[in-house]
Design a protein around this ligand. Structure first.
Ligand code: ADP
Ligand code: MG
Ligand code: MG
Length: 252
């Protein structure tokens, strides 16, 4: 078993008039075999948590810790985080002209595994993963993130998940911008990823919709940069009914 442990995490972001404190002490432990839903209104700091875990340069951890099996994640470079088994889709958010999806996936796989994947099995794996996600084969030759639609970005995220096979995945708003068919395909991908029982997932979402397809073991409600409530799947049902009203500091 592996454990990702977030302790009393405080994070600030570089704003126009200097740093702004966004996270005010987040505690969260994710073990492999667990799916945690992180839910909360817009602006509550969910993405800030994801960016901080990803090591985004604009986000500064002002105190607290993040460890993976006791190893200091915050001390790791972005590449080291990936090699340690953390998958953060927004690690590579930029458009990269000239780099195809196919080349990107292969270099990422090589970087993470420390050796290039065997070409024959790799080509087959990519083909299978793309078929699973109903991604057109031409997509592999597209330039990375260039002109991707919302849905393509999300499928590409799950394609990476399937092929890079990390231990922990942080998925931020994987459901946004997906129609119902795409939502099901993407959810199936996440469920395939967790089916072996040896993966940990943090599923960040504003809406409860995706939780009809991906069943979280734990639900955390994020309000104003802190976890305001924690519970099991029944908490998601409560949120579906009542939204975030009733939480102090919830603005949306
Ligand atoms: P969520 O993902 O829950 O919608 P975010 O983490 O994106 O929330 O944002 C949390 C808060 O941080 C918001 O109030 C937002 O305005 C603020 N914020 C995020 N990025 C920046 C930035 N670059 N500069 C200033 N404030 C920011
Ligand atoms: Mg937001
Ligand atoms: Mg967000």
């Amino acid at each position: 078993m592996s454990t990702l442990e977030i302790r009393d995490l405080h994070v600030s972001v570089e704003g126009e008039n200097g740093p702004v404190q966004i996270l005010h002490g987040v505690n969260l432990t994710v073990n492999t075999s667990e799916t945690h839903a992180i839910m909360g209104p817009n602006g509550s700091g969910k993405s800030t948590l994801a960016y901080a875990l990803a090591g985004h340069p604009k986000y500064t951890v002002t105190s607290g810790s993040v460890t993976l099996d006791g190893e200091d994640v915050l001390d790791m470079t972005v590449d080291e985080r990936a090699r340690a088994g953390l998958f953060l889709a927004m690690q590579y958010p930029v458009e990269v002209p000239g780099v195809s999806v196919s080349n990107f996936l292969r270099s990422a796989k090589t970087a993470i595994d420390g050796e290039a994947p065997k070409l024959r099995t790799w080509v087959k794996d990519v083909k299978n993963a793309m078929e699973n996600l109903r991604i057109d084969e031409n997509f592999a030759e597209r330039e990375l993130n260039t002109g991707f639609s919302g849905g393509e970005k999300k499928r590409h995220e799950i394609l990476q998940l399937e092929l890079l096979n990390p231990t922990f995945a942080v998925l931020d708003e994987t459901d946004s911008g997906l129609d119902i068919d795409a939502l099901r395909i993407v959810s199936d991908g996440v469920n395939r990823f967790t089916s072996g029982g040896d993966k940990g997932v943090m599923l960040i979402t504003h809406y409860t919709r995706i939780l009809r397809y991906i069943k979280p073991d734990h639900v955390h409600v994020f309000i104003a940069g802190r976890i305001a409530e924690e519970g099991g799947p029944e908490l998601a049902e409560k949120l579906e009914e009542h939204g975030y009203e009733g939480y102090v500091g919830a603005s949306a």
